[in-house]
Design a protein around this ligand. Structure first.
Ligand code: 5AD
Ligand code: SF4
Length: 465
């Protein structure tokens, strides 16, 4: 009995992994695979893993524990289940994965997954294989454009990787080791990919990279383009109504990026700009290459360019040497910026990073207590931001069916999910929506009059209640 082979790709961690997981499926579908949501029914299972914190990395081993049962059952039925570990754990641990989890057939790093069809064949015919060498060629040249139906299934908001790797070497971070040196894709390749997505119905593009605003890809004029310049061109492409980008480093915010926020109505007024800590002492130990004041100056310049600009951040508590005084500076920066939201993490020592061998480890109970206080401060700011939106009218990009029948869920310019009564045919439209209620996890709104402006202009926060 031979039908299409079934493929199950499970993605962990960041948006770059989501993008890569889609690209892996796009490579294998033309080879005769169909995607399945049921791992137990799959012929090939790919776990696209994250190594950023210990907890994230351990998830792969618990998932492999679950897969063991399915692989044994498949074997009992005379069916082969091939298991691949991809992503940053694969890059960091390589062969070690095969030793720790003998059910794994192949290990492939984030820069090598364009070789998946050949690697799967090798694993199935000749035996286990590990491919984590950084290749000379760029995987992007070998990747396949997704078919229109796959794009539509994935929704009207899509990620496009424009930059990968990082040369900043923050002392807590494995990123530069697992993703490699910084590289930028050429402008032409990015525009072609966005145009292809737009032709299939995508309306919102988020340009992604580990350090996206370090973008310096080659333009059609053979010069290096900045992210600001690239954003202009992406926003001009027919069909694209919104553009975003993530994740940025404060040191790499340049004048062209600030100008893009001033000049491009389609560039959403929302910036994820991780600060990690509010203390200059800790920032120095983290090798962040910016001080608290530099960061606040970037925020100020962004707000001068675009007064309704909203911000989010990542924070780490309990970095080695962090004192109560340092931590309070993190708490005060939260209030000073007034974040619309933020992610916060306990420091997790990562093998091979300078932070892992630093003195002054912070005890777990102190980390827990600081994390709780930080999360309370972030939540207070998020709630205040949301409360200010009550009564305001925003352009909302209607994305997919909402929680209840007759409802669609969309996003405000500030990335807040919002539920609104609207017919299915409005999916993909920008609609003017008035915020009528603030729920714990999303806003609620009603369609407003007049109809949205055709240029995609975001409404600014009107004085709400
Ligand atoms: N421990 C805790 N958090 C970390 N991050 C990165 N490395 C670590 C680590 N070792 C967080 C940072 C980064 C986000 C993606 O993950 O805040 O911005
Ligand atoms: Fe990691 Fe720092 Fe690079 Fe971000 S900027 S990927 S935190 S080293």
């Amino acid at each position: 009995m031979s039908g299409p082979r079934k493929l199950h790709v499970k993605s962990y961690g960041c948006q770059m992994n989501v993008y890569d997981s889609h690209r892996m499926a796009d490579l294998l579908i033309p080879e005769g695979y169909v995607e399945t949501a049921a791992a137990e029914a799959a012929d090939v299972v790919i776990l696209n893993t994250c190594h950023i914190r210990e907890k994230a990395a351990e998830k792969v081993y618990s998932e492999l524990g679950r897969l063991r049962k399915w692989k044994d059952r498949a074997a009992a039925d005379g069916r082969r289940m091939t298991i691949a570990v991809a992503g940053c754990v694969a890059q960091a641990e390589g062969e070690e994965i095969l030793r720790r989890a003998p059910l794994v057939d192949l290990v492939v790093g984030p820069q090598n997954y364009h070789r998946l069809p050949a690697l799967i064949e090798h694993a199935e015919r000749k035996g286990k294989v590990v491919d984590t060498e950084f290749p000379a060629e760029s995987k992007f040249d070998a990747l396949k454009a997704p078919p229109a139906d796959a794009i539509r299934r994935r929704g009207i908001a899509a990620f496009v990787t424009v930059q990968e790797g990082c040369d900043k070497f923050c002392t807590f971070c494995v990123g530069p080791y697992t993703r490699g040196a910084e590289m930028s894709r050429p402008v032409g390749a990015i525009l072609a990919e966005v145009a292809h997505l737009a032709a299939a119905g995508v309306r919102e593009i988020t340009l992604i990279g580990q350090n996206v605003n370090a973008y310096h890809g080659e333009g059609p004029d053979d010069r290096e383009w900045t992210l600001g310049r690239l954003l202009h061109r992406v926003a001009e492409l027919p069909g694209i109504s919104r553009v975003r980008y993530t994740t940025s480093h404060p040191r790499d915010v340049d004048a062209s990026l600030i100008a893009a926020h001033r000049d491009l109505p389609k560039l959403m007024p929302y910036l994820h700009l991780p600060v990690q800590s509010g203390s200059d002492r800790v920032l120095a130990a983290m090798n962040r290459r910016h001080k608290r004041a530099d960061y606040l100056r970037v925020i100020e310049r962004m707000r001068e360019a675009r007064p309704d600009m909203a911000f989010s951040s990542d924070f780490i508590v309990g970095f080695p040497g962090e004192t109560e005084v340092d931590f309070r500076q993190t708490l005060t920066i939260v209030d000073e910026v007034g974040y619309a939201g933020a992610f916060s993490f306990k420091y997790s020592p990562r093998p091979g990073t300078p932070g892992a061998t630093m003195h002054g480890r912070v005890p777990e109970d102190v980390k827990n207590e600081r994390l709780a206080r930080l999360q309370a401060a972030i939540e207070r700011n998020r709630s205040a931001f949301n409360a200010r939106c009550l009564g305001a009218t925003f352009d909302v990009l209607l994305e997919k069916p909402g929680r209840h029948s007759g409802q669609l869920v969309g996003r405000t310019p500030y990335l807040q999910p919002i539920q609104v009564m609207a017919p299915m045919r409005r999916i993909g439209d920008l609609a003017a929506v008035t915020v009528t209620q603030i729920g714990p996890n999303s806003l609620f709104g009603t369609m407003a009059r007049p109809a949205p402006r055709s240029d995609g202009t975001a409404f600014t926060i009107a004085a709400g209640s």
